[in-house]
Design a protein around this ligand. Structure first.
Ligand SMILES: N[C@@H](CCC(=O)N[C@@H](CS)C(=O)NCC(=O)O)C(=O)O
Length: 217
């Protein structure tokens, strides 16, 4: 009998969105418990026992509880994926991991900082010099990815892998934030391809209205 998958975390979190997209992409059945943000629950002892960081997302697969969105997405791809989303060839998987870790250390810190400064910070508190610096960092990271995508339909070649999931959650917010966007054909074509996937539309293309002007969580 299949084990029971439970995802904990509010769907407005980009880190939770990675997991929803992976679950949908793999067509897995799961229970989703909204937690964190306005839903609260992060300090419940039962939740802390699953995730001592008191953050979302957390995934339970039977007895196994995993936190850190990239670890969760990798696990789902390895446990339930095909050889596109989880390439068995070590060389190809190294490319997937390279961009996955680069997303954690370079792309996401940059775009999240920009999103906090432009969207989450109330307009009256906007700090132009911080916005300009975060914007420059985000554009530099996006251009690096754009350059890579000029020769690749997806991050690791011609099939979607978990690197597309962790990096791709940035796109809806990048393309809807009130900022100038330099032309990036590689990123634009990738975004168009990702929008054809129901899992991307369901997990990522969701309103972030509740986050506008809100620094609370
Ligand atoms: N590195 C962690 C970051 C987790 C994290 O910062 N989660 C945020 C949401 S994106 C959180 O739980 N914030 C508190 C809240 O939502 O109430 C991961 O990728 O899972």
């Amino acid at each position: 009998m299949a084990r029971k998958l439970v995802l904990w975390g509010r769907r407005s979190s980009c880190n939770v969105q990675k997991v929803i997209w992976a679950l949908e992409e793999l067509q897995l059945l799961y229970v989703h418990v909204e937690l964190g943000g306005e839903h609260g629950g992060l300090d419940d002892p039962a939740y802390r026992a699953l995730n001592p960081n008191g953050l979302v997302p957390t995934l339970q697969d039977g007895e196994l509880a995993i936190w850190e969105s990239h670890a969760i997405v990798r696990y789902l791809a390895a446990a339930y994926g095909n050889d596109g989303i989880w390439p068995p060839d070590p060389a190809r998987r190294a490319i997937v991991d390279q961009w996955t870790d680069w997303t954690a250390t370079t792309l996401q810190p940059a775009w999240i900082k920009l999103f906090w400064l432009v969207v989450r910070t109330p307009q009256t508190d906007h700090d132009v010099s911080s916005i300009v610096a975060a914007y420059a960092e985000t554009v530099a990271a996006m251009l690096q990815l754009d350059n890579h995508l000029a020769a690749n339909a997806f991050i690791a070649g011609n099939r979607l892998s978990y690197a597309d999931i962790v990096a791709g959650v940035a796109l809806f917010r990048w393309f809807t934030m009130d900022i100038d966007r330099p032309s990036m054909p590689g990123i634009e074509h990738w975004y168009a391809r990702l929008q054809q996937r129901p899992g991307f539309r369901q997990a990522v293309m969701v309103s972030y209205e509740e986050l506008i002007g809100r620094l609370a969580y």
